[in-house]
Design a protein around this ligand. Sequence first.
Ligand code: FCB
Length: 443
Amino acid sequence: MIPADDLHAQFPPDFVWGVATSSFQIEGAAQEDGKGESIWDRFCRQPGVIADASDGLVACDHYHRLDGDLDLIASLGVDAYRFSISWPRVQPLGFGAWNEAGLAFYDRLVDGLLARGVRPYVTLNHWDFPQALQERGGWAQRDTVHRFVDYARGIQRRLGDRIAAITTHNEPWVIAMLGHESGTFAPGIKSRRTAIQVAHHLLLSHGLALQALRADGAQARLGIVLNLAHIEPATETPADQAQMRIDDARGRRWYTDPLFKGCYPQEVLDELGGDAPVVEPGDLATIATPLDYLGVNYYSRGVASADGSFDAARSGLALTEMGWEIYPRGLTELLLTLHREYRLPPVYITESGGAFKDALTADGRVHDTDRTEYLRSHIAAVAEALRQGVPMAGYMVWSLMDNFEWASGYAKRFGIVYVDYASRQRTLKDSARWYRDFLAGRY
Ligand code: FCB
């Protein structure tokens, strides 16, 4: 293992270090300055779907605290800030008219980052999709693909000369499966068939958007962000091994095979039978449009057990507050697997972090040593992948600050900056101080 004190030296000077957030989770101002309704605004109003019955109406109030938050980001010494654009804030219905006040907000955000020497990494779809477009069928409708391309082109027209990267979608698996199969996330639909079609349309819209943005003269680098886990079998039995292969095909290769090889995994198509997606001629070639980078969000491993008996709580590994096992080695393994299977473009870890029980103590600090150790060990896992030849380009902490953790509400804190939800005051946790010192080359 790499000694903790020269971890920073394991990375090349042009490696991009950052922090990440998303619009719905931090902005608030959900009904201001002409913003349209998003599916998450609507979803939060349904009783029982958000653990603490909260919503995104105010969130971290980032919309009104932009300058202070920009200073906070800059104070960490990061190279990059990954944020997302709220589609309904800039184009309220998801088609047609643009909202100048919304666009102006992101102009200020981008210019404020550049003025502070921080590179903007923009995500177009981090889940707060326009409600009006949902009412026209949302991602289940093929036409939505074209609405997304129009939106992407509009954003590039406005911001494209000043941003470092554009990510089309954040975690298409989550949008498809949690949003449309289990229904635990917005828009709360429960249909496997719909979910599979949604996944296809997300990938298709990604490929078409890349082509359109390049045709329009893209200056930013273009990519996609996937949530990927390293899957291990619960035991070495043939049944668990087979389960591991199918789980890996469903959750990972369903996305990476079409992106890098232009085909869906046959074993998943076989299993889906009549629920397989409607794919038109040319769709897969479009999806396989070359990426400038791949973003990987990694939180934990997955464990495959044929009889479903695996229980993370009894695995012996430490868990975060989400109940996710802390398993940095899985990050190295995952990256090596991707490197073995595909010709990878530069890879960024676009999210890495953990929810822990944080408390503001009498000394005005948050002593989150568990989060610091989480970050340190996962950064070391990236260094190991780099050492073994994976083309790693960057690492971004999830998250800059505590925020609205979707169906878990505000109770789960992922920030390296603590947010007091009564005053909305921000306090650097010890992990933020550690990250700042690490970036300054001290560890
Ligand atoms: C990811 C999401 C991000 C955040 C983390 C904890 O799935 O992309 O918004 O909620 O999980």
